[in-house]
Design a protein around this ligand. Structure first.
Ligand code: PLP
Length: 442
């Protein structure tokens, strides 16, 4: 068959949409055709305030001119260069700028997405353990309610049952920490809960079960985003770090959401002052203008690979055709300039208390059973309709959309993570709209 130049008008059928209820969507589509600053624009010209930074990724707001200019300039100069055994200047420049953002991480490896960053970090951890003579360490420990993307590595260490149940046995040798979400103790906490630090001791139980000599790495999101903004109890992450160090287990933070300012610092590891051995990023790294991810590697790990491999041998058999793509690097460098010039991470820290108050003003709204927040991430958990989980939140999603606000829902939780350029009056708009919506949902 030849390549067709025919496009069927208004054809919604050909596209199998990701993570979407395709049948409902195609009966009642929601489309965006433009975006600017804090807003999306629909085909009928309605402005929809972006309460979620797209999918937690447009941290500097939409269509930032310096990023557009950088990508445009780059595509006219070098559209693509292979990244294996050859390079181009922007990938080195961007890597150097990224490692300059955070102490103790001297190297990054580029990927194209959060899922790829996770698989890359898991493979690095396995290979590192082998490199230092710990080849029996092949297990990974994830956490219930963790989301680490959709690769087989990510779903195996992840802890969301619908993401797992269809896909067979996945990676072998995985175990999971218990999650830290507990409404009985922590409902309506502002910031980090006091209760729950002891849950980190679950790692000692798992180590005792499998023996430390079999465990390569533990992976957690510092703040679990996709399962509804689960905030780590005070001291919890520090304790995980201590237990990992004690047993020679690598700690990986998945910072695909928390990276690039979401908590009011460059990265969550800085915010919490807990240093993992590897941390993954994506999303905000290019303000989502071009897909990209990066894995940050703590000092010493790269050197271990360099010192162990024979002369002229590839030290780590891993990489993607588009690792360090010129357009992504151009977008990323310009994105870092925007973050710095607008002082956006400090702005997020400054706005966080206002955002917190706005969210908690919804505590007594209909069906609300929890409000939680940290930095510029927050969640409002709704009581599920008996026998109909997710219905209430999806109803809220549609009604908010109709009222000009994009929210994100997971289960019956509404998650909010607006671009860090948001104004206080727009925070008020979010709270007012959600309040009105909650008055009318089922
Ligand atoms: N890890 C975390 C913590 C995420 O939140 C996500 C996506 O939301 C991913 C990994 C996967 O990223 P991607 O969808 O870019 O593959």
């Amino acid at each position: 068959m030849s390549i067709s130049d025919v496009t069927i008008p208004n054809d919604l059928d050909s596209l199998w949409m990701p993570f979407t209820d395709n049948r409902s969507f195609k009966k009642q589509p929601r489309l965006f055709i433009e975006a600017e600053g804090m807003h999306y624009i629909t085909p009928d010209g309605r402005r929809v305030l972006d309460g979620t930074s797209g999918l937690w990724c447009v941290n500097a707001g939409h269509r930032r001119q310096p990023i557009i200019d950088a990508v445009r300039k780059q595509v006219e100069k070098l559209d693509y260069a292979p990244g294996f055994q050859i390079g181009h200047p922007l990938s080195f420049e961007f890597a150097s700028k990224l490692t300059g953002m955070v102490k103790e991480y001297s190297h990054v490896m580029f990927t194209n997405s959060g899922s790829e960053s996770v698989d890359t970090a898991l493979k690095m951890a396995l290979a590192y353990q082998r490199t230092i003579g710990e080849a029996s360490r092949t297990r990974f420990i994830g956490r219930e309610r963790g989301y680490h993307g959709v690769g087989f590595g990510g779903i195996s260490v992840g802890g969301i049952s619908p993401n797992r149940k269809m896909f067979g046995n996945m990676l072998t040798g995985i175990d999971h920490l218990s999650h830290t979400h507990n409404l009985e103790h922590n409902a309506f906490t502002r910031g980090q809960p006091d209760w729950g630090t002891h849950l980190a001791e679950d790692l000692e139980r798992i180590v005792a079960l499998h023996d430390a000599s079999t465990i390569a790495a533990v992976i957690v999101e510092p703040v679990a985003g996709s399962t509804g903004v689960l905030i780590p109890p005070k001291g919890y992450l520090k304790r995980l770090r201590e237990i990992c160090t004690k047993h020679g287990i690598l700690l990986i933070f998945d910072e695909v959401i928390t990276g690039f300012g979401r908590l009011g610092d460059s990265f969550a590891n800085e915010y919490f002052d807990v240093k993992p051995d590897l941390f993954t990023t994506a999303k905000g790294i290019t303000n989502a203008t071009v897909p990209m991810g990066a894995v940050f590697v703590r000092d010493g790990i790269y050197d271990a690979f360099m010192n162990a491999a024979p002369e002229n041998a590839i030290e780590f058999f891993h990489g993607y055709t588009y690792s360090g793509h010129p357009l992504a690097c151009a977008a990323g460098i310009a994105t870092l300039d925007v973050y710095r010039n607008d002082d956006l991470f400090a702005r997020a820290a400054e706005l966080a208390p206002y955002f917190e108050s706005a969210l908690h003003s919804l505590s007594d709204s209909n069906n609300v059973i929890d409000v939680r927040n940290l930095g510029m991430m927050g969640a409002i958990e709704l009581e599920s309709i008996p026998g109909k989980p997710t219905f209430r939140a999806m109803d809220a999603f549609q009604k908010a959309f109709d009222a000009g606000l994009l929210i994100r829902t997971t289960g019956d939780t509404i998650a909010l993570s607006p671009p860090l350029i948001i104004e206080k009056k727009q925070v008020d708009f979010i709270a007012d709209t959600v309040r009105t919506v909650l008055n009318t949902v089922h």
